[in-house]
Design a binder for this molecule. Structure first.
Ligand code: NDP
Ligand SMILES: O=C(O)C1=N[C@H](C(=O)O)C[C@H](O)C1
Length: 242
C-alpha cells in the first residue's frame, strides 16, 4: 500500500486518479492544484503523481527531491528544457515521465517502432490524434511519443524529421519526414493513429481511449512500481514488463 499524492487533483485526470488509487488498494494522501504547496504534499506521501501543467513541473520535481520520494510525470506540452529538468531530478530520485500511461499505447509504441524498423523510407509516416475540446497542447504527448518510437526505429531523432501541421503551398512531402495532425472537439478522451503509407498500400495502427481510467490505472501502477527503485529515469515498458 502506497500513500499517493496528486498534483492537479481537481482536474480531469486528478479525479480519475482518486478512483484508481482506491481501486488498487492504495491511500490517497492528498492533492493540490494551482497555488498549492507541492513540498508539503510530498512530505505527506510515499510518491507523487503529477498531471497538471508544464509551468508547475520544476516546483513538483524539487518537492520530490526535497522529500526524497519518486514522482510520475504525466503532464504533456513539455519543452526541451522540461526534459532537462526531468533528467536532472532523476539523478536524485526515481522519475517516470511519459505522454501516455496506458497499457495499449505503451504496446502501440513498441509495434510502431518495429514497423518503422522493417518498412523502408519509401513508407511515409503520418500521425493523427483527436482529443476533447479542452486540451491545451498539440501535438499530444502521445503523438510525440509515437513519433519518437517511429524515428528511433529508423535510427534517427524525431526533432530532425518532424513536420507539425501543413498550411498553404507546402511543396511535396519530403521523404523521411514524420507528419503530425491534431483534431480537437467534443469529449474524446484520446485517439491516436500512426499511418504508414507506401505506393498502393497503407498500414495503420490505432489506439482509442474510451475514458481516462486507462491512464489513471497505468499512472497508479507506475507510482507503486517506482517505490524502492534507485534514482533514475524510468519508462512505462519497464513498469508493464513489455
Ligand atoms: N500521460 C498521460 O497518460 C496523460 C496525460 N495527460 C496530461 O495531464 C495534464 C492534465 O490533464 P487534465 O487533467 O485533462 O487537465 P485539467 O485542466 O482538467 O487539470 C489540470 C489540473 O492541474 C492543475 N494545475 C494547473 N497548474 C498547476 C500548478 N502550477 N500546480 C498545481 N496544479 C496545477 C489545475 O488546477 P487549476 O484548475 O487550479 O488551475 C487542474 O486541476 C495535461 O498535460 C494532459 O495532457 C492527460 C491524460 C493522460
Ligand atoms: O490531455 C489529454 O486529455 C490527454 N493527454 C495525453 C497526451 O497529450 O497524449 C494523453 C491522452 O491522450 C489524453
Amino acid at each position: 500500500m502506497a500513500r499517493i499524492g496528486i498534483i492537479g487533483s481537481a482536474g480531469r485526470m486528478g479525479q480519475a486518479l482518486v478512483d484508481a488509487i482506491i481501486a488498487a488498494g492504495h491511500e490517497h494522501a492528498g492533492g493540490i492544484d494551482q497555488g498549492g504547496d507541492p513540498v508539503a504534499l510530498a512530505q505527506a506521501c510515499d510518491v507523487l503523481v503529477d498531471f497538471s501543467a508544464p509551468a508547475a513541473l520544476e516546483f513538483n520535481l524539487d518537492a520530490a527531491i526535497h522529500a526524497g520520494i519518486p514522482i510520475v510525470v504525466g503532464t504533456t506540452g513539455l519543452a526541451e528544457r522540461h526534459h532537462w529538468l526531468v533528467d536532472a531530478a532523476a539523478v536524485s530520485v526515481p522519475v517516470l515521465q511519459t505522454g501516455n500511461t496506458s497499457l495499449g499505447v505503451t504496446l502501440l509504441a513498441h509495434l510502431v517502432r518495429e514497423a518503422a524498423v522493417r518498412l523502408g523510407e519509401d513508407w511515409d509516416i503520418e500521425i493523427v490524434e483527436t482529443h476533447h475540446r479542452m486540451k491545451v497542447d498539440a501535438p499530444s504527448g502521445t503523438a510525440l511519443l509515437l513519433g519518437e518510437a517511429a524515428a528511433a526505429g529508423r535510427g534517427g531523432r524525431l526533432d530532425e524529421v518532424s513536420v507539425r501541421g501543413r498550411d498553404g503551398v507546402t511543396g511535396a512531402r519530403k521523404a523521411g519526414t514524420i507528419g503530425f495532425a491534431a483534431l480537437r472537439g467534443g469529449t474524446v478522451a484520446g485517439d491516436h493513429t500512426v499511418h504508414f503509407l507506401a505506393d498502393n498500400e497503407r498500414l495503420s495502427f490505432s489506439h482509442l481511449a474510451e475514458n481516462r481510467a486507462i491512464f489513471a490505472r497505468g499512472a497508479v501502477r507506475a507510482a507503486a512500481w517506482l517505490l524502492g527503485k534507485e534514482p533514475g529515469r524510468y519508462q512505462m515498458p519497464e513498469v508493464l514488463g513489455l
